[in-house]
Design a protein around this ligand. Sequence first.
Ligand SMILES: *Cc1c(COP(=O)(O)O)cnc(C)c1O
Length: 386
Amino acid sequence: MAAVVYMDNNATTKVADEVIEEMMPYLRDKYGNPSSMHTFGGQVAKKIAWAREQVAALLGCEPDEIVFTSCGTESDNTAIKGTLEMYPQRRKVVTTRVEHPAVLTTCRELERHGFSVSEIGVDRQGNLDLDELGFRLDDNTAIVSVMYANNETGVIFPVEQVAQLAAARGIVFHTDAVQAVGKIPINLKNSAIHLLSLSGHKIHAPKGIGVLYVRRGTRLGTFMHGGHQESGRRGGTENVPGIIALGKACQLALEHLEEENTRVKALRDKLEKGILSSCPDCFVNGDRRNRLPNTTNISFEFIEGESILMMLDQFGICASSGSACTSGSLEPSHVLRAMGVPFTAAHGSIRFSLSRYNTEAEVDFVIEKMPGIVRRLRELSPFVKT
Ligand SMILES: *Cc1c(COP(=O)(O)O)cnc(C)c1O
């Protein structure tokens, strides 16, 4: 077994060996500028065109609908701000309470600048309140931004249905599909989705490359002004190795999509059942029938997620907790709070997110370690009644 048991793939992923092989020549030897007139640069432009086709194939769209960006966050920012720029008479954004900070922080910043933002809630299972959403759409709404699948719970949202609700009112629809791409099938042919964000480092490409899908005919302001790269939609010399890496990663994602929904899903289910059956007082957060195949979010009553993470870390197991530990606070995650997960359980939530690189031996190892960790922490917990 590897030194590290990596089960934090919703945070970032290992770069696939095939991806590194594909991009290396463009770091070392083929360093031309794709905009140059010479053949040396031209071969790079050709390879970028190839990468664009791979992304389009994974999404079921046309290559000219793909805009390369620097990350998922830039794609989300561009979609929302670029749409507002084109509809100056509409001053409202509709989104959800459980979006990634790339969308939520952007919306709250817009609020500070006088825009109105409606955040739609979710139920106890993490499913979107479609009635509330329909009720919030009005003639002042420029854009609806609803994530394809949630990064913390894996819950999948009915984005196609929401896109149609928006379209019926002439409203642009954007989806942050960073967690869905490569895990569940996405087909933008005949879709009502206008804008879709994805990120390379969540699908086994390196960090620092993203995509914004822009459906033909969608009006969108430019975020990064500069040269004529990306058909004038995103200036700046291309991140050539990143783009080629992402192209390869998309090709691999398409090849492994079925494995994700069979072998990886079976590993996730085994892990989840193993933990639930051996650790008392724990439960799964998020609708178990409507989730990404790789994600499980489990709450352990009366203990802190951070403590579990630290003990897992001693065994080389990488997972993630639902608390906003990055800010140094022990606030439970905004996603679990929106779902109404009780306080005692929201603090003790752990997310395991798998990938095609995980093995059954790794799952068995985690199942073996968890009961001891939970027992020891409960013995120390001031909340547990003895
Ligand atoms: C990781 C993530 C992002 C941000 O992508 P970056 O490329 O890291 O900027 C946005 N949305 C979701 C749902 C994510 O999981």
